[in-house]
Design a protein around this ligand. Structure first.
Ligand code: ZN
Length: 437
């Protein structure tokens, strides 16, 4: 496959990652992509009137989005083709009571860990702040996305002279060791104002209007290509915005002149268990599928038929074999960077793949002419999970868990391969286009 095409796709993907420091921004940028391809926004709170060949999306909490195309065929018989991913990534979240002033005059941010972050990777990196604030405007509550894209704080390492074992024993206390340094104490500044002053000066949002916030730290350094031939991508949030971008791209590329019932869903809160209104372990997707079906005039019985004829893909980052820790993998199932999307298996169903769902994904890869790999945990290592089990159990739709292979998963800077980003998108496109003429 043409390497410049692969490189161009990854360049656009890196741009999406760089532009999306939080789940809110990931959804905002997804909205922009969808609107530019003539997808129309539906509000959950308003009546829907879906048209054949229509293209739509619906947003929940500004951190979860479901986009879909309406086919002109028989939904009850065809069912939906669904790809799911997640918008959130491990991070540090700013707590209420955001600022602390130490007796020595340092101003620190009070943060908590969001998800399974590799904390050591967060040290000594210039960090920026993004998220959303809720403001009162004309007597109503309104949301404002916030991005202070400046290196405003840092978590300094303790020098090796005071921590001689730092290279052999780097345990961190999550309460006391990871609080970022924001500034030095200023006379006359209230403790609570250091962060609010920053928001006001950088965004123009008036301090008194801010009722509450959900703000996260992110690495100021942008994602880049690397390697002698730029064969790798090094970036924050590869898990899982690379799958969000690949899924969205496949949906938009596959829709022109087509008429199938295709769904792309990107959920929030996968990194903390998915059990929220905007997480995969919610009614949002099953309710939306039912709502689409009923809006198109299907009877209750036909709605059940549509579900029974549907398939889905849960797309999330996968563990590539590590060059320095190769014994962490199963002896026979050893995915590598650049080898194509990884099908994940788990006898205990931490991944939802079964032989049927793996087979339809392998068929999509074959039609797209992309390679694929397989992953299963070593028996003595538990490994991770995904949105797959939630998707399949809530919707009762067969689901295959797949993902693009990465190294350093959940580090502030993960490593992927240029070829894999493109392979995943091509496989998704082939899945959506199956049976189309
Ligand atoms: Zn993930």
């Amino acid at each position: 496959m043409d390497k410049s095409t692969q490189h161009k796709f990854s360049e656009n993907m890196l741009q999406y990652l760089n532009d999306s420091p939080t789940a809110y921004h990931a959804v905002e940028n997804a909205i922009g992509m969808l609107k530019s391809h003539a997808f129309q926004e539906l509000k959950e709170t308003e009546q829907w009137s879906l048209q054949a060949d229509g293209k739509y999306f619906v947003v929940k909490n500004h951190s979860c989005i479901i986009a879909f195309t309406v086919g002109d065929g028989d939904l009850a018989q065809e069912g939906f083709r669904i790809i799911g991913a997640h918008t959130d990534s491990p991070s540090l979240k700013i707590k209420p009571g955001a600022c602390m002033v130490t007796p020595d005059g340092y101003v620190k941010l009070n943060v908590e860990v969001y998800g399974g972050a590799i904390l050591s990777a967060w040290f000594d990196r210039p960090l920026a702040v993004a998220g959303r604030v809720i403001v009162e405007q004309d007597g109503r509550l309104a949301e404002r996305l916030v991005r202070i894209d400046k290196p405003v704080c840092v978590i300094p390492n303790l020098c090796i002279h005071f921590n001689k074992e730092c290279n052999t024993n780097c345990g961190y206390n999550k309460q006391t060791d990871i609080l970022p340094l924001l500034s030095m104490k200023e006379e006359g500044v209230e403790k609570g104002d250091y962060l609010l002053n920053l928001i006001q000066s950088e965004t123009g949002i008036e301090k008194p209007a801010i009722l509450d916030y959900e703000l996260f730290l992110y690495e100021y350094q942008k994602g880049i290509f690397m390697g002698p031939d730029e064969e790798f991508t090094s970036a924050s949030r590869i898990d899982n915005l690379c799958m969000v971008y690949a899924g969205l791209s496949a949906l938009m590329e596959s829709e022109d002149g087509r008429s199938k019932f295709k769904v792309f869903a990107a959920f929030d809160h996968e990194e903390v268990g998915s059990a929220t209104a905007q997480g995969a372990h919610s009614g949002f997707l099953p309710h939306t599928l039912e709502r689409i079906s009923k809006n198109l005039g299907l009877t209750d019985d036909a709605c059940f038929q549509a579900i029974a004829n549907s398939t889905s893909i849960s797309a999330d980052a996968a563990h590539a074999v590590h060059p320095n820790y190769s014994d962490k993998h199963d002896p026979e199932n050893r995915p590598v960077l650049g080898g194509g999307p990884v099908i994940k298996y788990s006898a205990s169903q931490r991944y939802s793949t079964n032989a049927f769902s793996a087979a339809y994904f392998m068929e999509a890869c074959r039609r797209a002419q992309v390679p694929y790999q397989k992953y299963v945990n070593r028996n003595d290592i538990v490994g991770g999970s995904t949105i797959g089990p939630a998707l399949s159990s809530l919707t009762t739709i067969p689901t295959v868990d797949i993902g693009t292979p990465v190294l350093a998963m959940h580090s502030i800077r993960e490593l992927g391969a240029v070829a894999d980003n493109f392979y995943a998108k091509e496989a998704f496109r082939a899945y959506y286009e199956d049976g189309e003429s």
